[in-house]
Design a protein around this ligand. Structure first.
Ligand SMILES: O=C(CO)[C@H](O)[C@H](O)COP(=O)(O)O
Length: 152
């Protein structure tokens, strides 16, 4: 699939991320410090990658910053985006399964290359739950995006 990737810092793990995604056969579009000429500020490059997902030009995105928090906050401001900050494989599995997350946020500080592989394995293996309760939660997130929440 096509995946947009952003990072505000040119760290070895960010480069490993791009390389691992390409190695898995994905078409990777980079932003920020990974792509000279684009704005490397975490709020800017994370939102750029997230907007690709909202626009449908990328199926998913991975947004990175030192803590992962700023990248996830910025990505989640884009309507239609469900970004999840994942620091382990279990969380990545749950983010895809229960949250139907379409953007993976990573901490450059906490993610080693072996851990990155575990997180990506879980992220790309898990599928969104078809359970009614899970779909209702995800639909509620969509209603929050529009400002017309379906419940208080
Ligand atoms: O984790 C981050 C934001 O959530 C940034 O990566 C961190 O603040 C470092 O940014 P800078 O190099 O601009 O100080």
């Amino acid at each position: 699939m096509r995946i947009s990737v952003s990072s505000d810092m040119d760290e070895p793990v960010a480069r490993a991320l791009v390389s691992q995604l390409r190695g898995r056969g994905h078409d990777v579009l980079t932003y920020g410090a990974l792509r000279p000429g684009t704005d490397p500020q975490w709020a800017v490059c994370s939102a750029a990658a997230a907007r690709d997902v909202a626009a449908g030009t990328s199926e998913q995105a991975v947004v990175c910053c030192w803590t992962g928090t700023g990248a996830s906050i910025a990505a989640n401001k884009v309507p239609g985006v469900r970004a999840a900050l994942c620091t382990d494989a279990y969380t990545a599995d749950g983010a895809r399964r229960w949250n139907d997350a379409n953007v993976l946020a990573l901490s450059l500080r906490l993610t080693s290359e072996p851990l990155l592989k575990e997180i990506l394995d879980a992220w790309f293996t898990a599928e969104a739950s078809p359970e009614a309760e899970d779909r209702r939660n995800v639909a509620h997130i969509a209603s929050l995006d529009t400002g017309r929440a379906d419940t208080p």
